[in-house]
Design a protein around this ligand. Structure first.
Ligand code: HEM
Length: 472
């Protein structure tokens, strides 16, 4: 059955491309295997990611069987014949060829029909301009640093009061409180608790099989998306009636104009607020969880981090909360902290892969990526490859003394969709590392806990830890 499926797909391909090679060349699929009938290689993926918990061996097995080649393999995953890209050059090729490789979400409604993650071409470029201006410009980041910091400082104190915490739960809470404040100036309330639950179900819906039937996770996700859009629409309507003077993402997006003086529609503002929460909430939470995890296991790194941050803290004078905060402009001076942040993000591999679909038959180094086939751009495989990172599974911030080899660091994707929140994510991790290292110490309760790799890599126990104020 295994070989029959591969033969079946290859024969279908050969039939379709009969005599259509350009300049006499033969059309051929990248090497690889289509796996079992209907299931494809899904079981193999689950075997490596869920059962044996060696996710890198999924691509490793392909490299052993078919050689490194040009970094493309054929496969059958998530219900469709697909191409995997997993070399710096092949990934770059796919991510930078926006005309050849488009976006097709299984349920666009869940991502947001008019959101930056779903639209393409000129509309995408226009929306990205708005979003980059709102969350990626130094002036925006300067303001955001002052908005998020008090909540982070207060949260760490409550963790120490508790003594034992599940970091995933606590980090999620403070990240969400900050998102509500940054995006729509909402303070924690029963309403924000509800919104948080809806986001949880929406995120589950995005990861679930896209079956729109009563009782399915996908249906529940769609319902929550509608509720979230409705809540934020109300906030927006209220702002149009009474000028609130809020200095948050929603106001920013409502006021901005493009080069033609055109503003975003109300629907675009709301859709993109919801989608930015989806993109920024779980990713930032996961990165911070990994930072606490690795630092707990790397006392030498933590000591060096602490030393730099205590020095930075000494340069702050005064007793008010504001005077103890770091600023966006302090960050370039925090050289070692920056390395810890990059190493955390590299090892976290929050996005194992990103998805594209071939808009046309695309040729790459003698292989054809057939029109309509999904392309899975396997970001993870670059960050765990010993050819690019020595001893890649060891947490070693000093490796960032040297920049990564060109094209081998794609944690935020690449090309026209490279993560517009990357500076915001880095800044939030830096801020929490600063306050954690100068004021607290922590130990993992289950240092040898298993790691779950699906849907995103995380310690299975949520990172339970003893957490206290530093005694000195
Ligand atoms: C460590 C944290 C983060 C990681 C690892 C991460 C990773 C990524 C990756 C790999 C992509 C590319 C997706 C693709 O090519 O299809 C992406 C896109 C995106 N990210 Fe992030 N992200 C993070 C944090 C954030 C934050 C904090 C925000 C905003 C609040 C954000 C907003 C977005 C948006 C809107 C997109 C879609 C961009 C587009 O399609 O043009 N991300 N992110």
């Amino acid at each position: 059955a295994w070989h029959f499926t591969d033969a079946w797909h290859c024969a279908a391909f050969a039939l379709k491309y009969r005599g259509r090679g350009s300049k006499g060349s033969r059309q051929r699929l990248p090497p690889g295997h289509m796996g079992l009938p209907f299931l494809g290689e899904t079981l193999s993926l689950l075997w490596y990611f869920k059962l044996v918990r060696r996710p890198d061996d999924f691509i490793g097995a392909k490299k052993s069987a078919y050689g490194d080649g040009v970094g493309l393999y054929r496969t059958h995953l998530f219900g469709s014949p697909s191409i995997i890209a997993c070399s710096p050059a092949a990934n770059k090729f796919v991510l930078q060829s926006a005309d050849s490789f488009g976006i097709r979400w299984p349920v666009p409604e869940l991502v947001g029909i008019t959101s930056v993650g779903n639209v393409e071409g000129a509309s995408h470029a226009r929306l990205r301009g708005f979003i980059l201006a709102a969350i990626n410009k130094p002036s925006s980041l300067r303001t955001i640093a002052t908005v998020v910091q008090p909540r982070i400082m207060a949260a760490l104190q409550t963790w120490a009061d508790k003594g034992t915490i599940v970091a995933a739960t606590e980090i999620k809470k403070v990240t969400f409180a900050n998102i509500c404040k940054m995006f729509v100036s909402m303070e924690p309330s029963p309403m924000t608790d509800k919104i948080d639950q809806w986001f949880g179900r929406l995120l589950d819906g995005l990861k679930a099989f896209p079956l729109d039937l009563p009782g399915t996770t996908s249906r529940a996700g769609r319902k929550c998306r509608r509720k979230l859009n409705a809540v934020f629409q109300e906030v927006l309507e209220a702002r149009k009636k009474v000028h609130t003077g809020c200095d948050d993402l929603m106001s920013g997006l409502m006021q901005m104009e493009d080069e033609q003086g055109k503003k975003l529609s109300d629907n675009e503002v709301v859709d993109n607020i919801v989608s930015l929460v989806i993109a920024g909430y779980e990713s930032t939470t996961t990165a911070i969880i990994w930072a606490t995890y690795h630092l707990a296991k790397s006392p030498v790194v933590l000591a060096k981090l602490r030393e730099e941050n205590v020095e930075m803290n000494k340069s702050k004078s005064g007793s008010t909360l504001a005077s103890l905060m770091i600023t966006y402009d302090d960050i370039p001076k925090m050289k070692y902290t920056t390395k810890v942040v990059e190493e955390t993000i590299r090892m976290a591999n929050i996005s194992t892969m990103v998805f594209r679909v071939a808009n046309m038959d695309v040729e790459y180094h003698g292989y054809t990526i057939p029109k309509g086939w999904p392309v899975l751009v396997w970001l993870r495989s670059l960050h765990t490859d010993p050819n690019y990172y020595q001893d890649p599974l060891t947490f070693n911030p000093d490796r960032w003394e040297e920049p990564a080899k060109p094209g081998t660091y794609q944690v935020f994707g690449g090309g026209s969709r490279i993560c517009p929140g990357n500076m915001l994510a880095r800044m939030q991790i830096t801020i929490i590392l600063h306050h954690l290292s100068i004021g607290y110490e922590w130990e993992l309760l289950n240092p040898d806990v298993e790691i779950n790799y699906l849907p995103h890599p995380r310690p299975a126990d949520g990172t339970s830890m003893a957490f206290r104020r530093l005694s000195t």
